[in-house]
Design a protein around this ligand. Structure first.
Ligand SMILES: [Zn+2]
Length: 249
């Protein structure tokens, strides 16, 4: 069975950033997983939550509802500090992701690029940096060798992609986005489902209108990616399918 792993920073990134791709993969029988590094407690929009703990609980439940709606097979929210991923220990977070990659054994990994995606969010950028190092190191027996016991073996995914776009959002900090090397056509129906998945994040209701406008009017029914690394060396070619050339191990 082919497997896809998506690494994000906040509950709601899976829907807004990767929703169409996750839906499309699940429809094709690909097992999809989402690992979200923070519970999103630095959010301005807090719903009914009075404390960070209450907000974390709400956002974890919303994330699960969104992932279920997107037919995601495995999903989890980790406990790294929202808004501070750039000051979180790299060796620790990457080790955590390496361990999860060695257990989940994805063929394709998708995440944000070091630009932080369309919004340029620092946590998105760091999620991409951590996931990139984990992609490179999960397959190496000399990295985190203490994990290699009780049946855990090195695992090297075949392709790593960064979410990107062929446009910039106004009123944001400047970013330099990774080149578009793949354009996934998700179609109108999946676009609607992706927007509905975002709306499972009810604490973020004040954002719904703006996000829908950004997704709908700017990106439309495309999700764009940059092929950042491949297990087998290759020349670049433009793709319409993230599993192009991927074989079941
Ligand atoms: Zn985010």
């Amino acid at each position: 069975m082919l497997k896809l792993l998506c690494v994000t920073a906040h509950p709601d990134d899976e829907a807004g950033g990767f929703g169409g791709t996750l839906l499309l993969c699940a429809e094709r029988g690909v097992e999809t997983s989402v690992i979200c590094l923070t519970a999103g407690t630095a959010a301005r929009n807090r719903g009914t939550a009075k404390t960070d703990e209450e907000l974390a609980a709400l956002r974890r439940a919303e994330f699960e509802a969104s992932c279920k709606f997107l037919n995601v097979t495995h999903c989890g929210v980790l406990n790294y500090p929202d808004g501070k991923l750039d000051r979180t220990d790299l060796y620790t977070v990457v080790g955590d992701l390496v361990h999860r990659m060695r257990l989940l054994r994805p063929h394709v990994v998708i995440t944000f690029g070091p630009d932080g995606g369309l919004t340029g969010h620092m946590d998105h950028a760091m999620a991409g940096v951590f996931a990139t190092m984990a992609f490179e190191w999960a397959g190496r027996p000399d990295r985190y060798p203490e994990q290699l016991q009780n049946g855990v073996t090195p695992h090297w995914a075949q392709k790593l992609y960064y979410a990107t776009a062929d446009l910039l959002l106004p009123d944001r900090q400047p970013i330099a986005p990774p080149t578009v090397t793949a354009r996934i056509e998700i179609g109108k129906e999946r676009f609607e489902k992706k927007a509905q998945a975002f709306q499972k994040h009810t604490t973020q209701k004040p954002l719904f209108e703006r996000v829908r406008k950004n997704l709908g009017e700017r990106l439309g029914t495309s999700e764009m990616y940059h092929l950042a690394a491949t297990r087998e060396p290759r020349e670049s070619k433009f793709e319409a399918d993230l599993f192009d050339g991927v074989a079941e191990d």
